[in-house]
Design a binder for this molecule. Structure first.
Ligand SMILES: C[S@@+](CC[C@H](N)C(=O)[O-])C[C@H]1O[C@@H](n2cnc3c(N)ncnc32)[C@H](O)[C@@H]1O
Length: 280
């Protein structure tokens, strides 16, 4: 298996050299795997990637699925909890793909998936690939092909000089819109109020998206940000339309509450901020 999680025979690859500095290693309590605490999403290289989405043979990625089509992508899928939760709940013809930048984290999610696939066929419609989504998402996914792009509890990159590493940005939103079909949606959740405000402002200033849901669940514990500069205008609280959307949408509650990070935030009674925007 290659670095991307795809067999090399399944893709036409460009092999690029790793070029980023190691930052810090942490040992996961789950398994003793050693995982880097962070990888630089702006770094070029370090991954073998397909030259074009047309060169990816998805039948190798979703074994046993006839004509697989990826319709949902979870960016920064971490240990994979969200897609494993969704596997048995999404439409039978829908394949869901998680992309994760950290090697050991991706390995654990992939390993768990392989074990689950032998117990239930629905897990064949889930796959995790190891890549830098911020750089290489467009090498895998075709234009206007997605129903949903999910950013559950993305890294907050607190420091102002690191804001350009944030995965929702002015530059990236039009590129995400390119991958979504009309009516396709972006889901974001976070427990960091300053990041919520940042993502909200990026969506609101974009002409490519309309808001479907803005939901705040407060328990009084938003993750502390020492660099937070209070925003000039507070964002309004959840409205009735958002509450109704949350009740009826199949992904909204999952993205907020059923990811690994979402479960952790529930345990510590942290605040949760959910945004859903639709491509116009
Ligand atoms: C805070 S964790 C959240 C994980 C998961 N979404 C959840 O809610 O449990 C953020 C994850 O995004 C991954 N990540 C950050 N930047 C990424 C990128 N450019 N491409 C792929 N994964 C990325 C990190 O390695 C990390 O596992």
């Amino acid at each position: 298996m290659s670095e991307t999680g795809l067999e090399h025979s399944q893709v036409d690859v460009v092999q690029s050299s790793g070029d980023e500095a190691e930052i810090r290693f942490v040992t996961s309590k789950r398994s003793g795997y050693v995982a880097r605490a962070h990888r630089n999403p702006l770094a070029i290289g370090g991954f073998a990637v397909p030259l074009s989405p047309k060169l990816v043979t998805w039948t190798g990625v979703f074994p046993g699925v006839a004509s697989p089509k990826v319709r949902v992508v979870d960016i920064g899928s971490g240990y994979g909890g969200l897609l494993l939760y969704l596997a048995t709940r999404v439409a039978p013809d829908c394949c869901v793909l998680g992309l994760e930048i950290r090697t050991a984290v991706w390995q654990q999610a992939h390993q768990k998936l392989l074990e689950l696939r032998s117990t239930c066929g629905a897990y064949r419609r889930v796959a995790f690939l190891h890549t830098n989504a911020q750089r290489y998402l467009w090498n895998y996914i075709e234009r206007a092909s997605l129903d949903a792009l999910i950013f559950a509890y993305p890294d907050p990159h607190f420091k102002r000089k690191k804001h350009r590493q944030r995965i929702i940005s002015r530059t990236l939103l039009p590129l995400y819109a390119y991958l979504l079909r009309r009516g396709g949606r972006i889901y974001t959740s976070t427990d960091v109020e300053a990041l919520y405000e940042w993502m909200h402002d990026r969506f609101e200033e974009s002409a490519l998206f309309v808001r479907k849901c803005r939901l705040i669940e407060r328990h009084g514990k938003s993750r502390y940000n020492p660099n937070r500069v209070p925003e000039s205008k507070p964002i309004e609280d959840s409205d009735e339309a958002s509450i109704q959307f949350f009740k009826n949408d199949p992904y909204a509650a999952a993205v907020r509450d059923w990811t690994d990070e979402g479960r952790r935030v529930s345990r510590v009674q942290g605040d949760k901020f959910l945004l859903v925007y639709e491509k116009v």
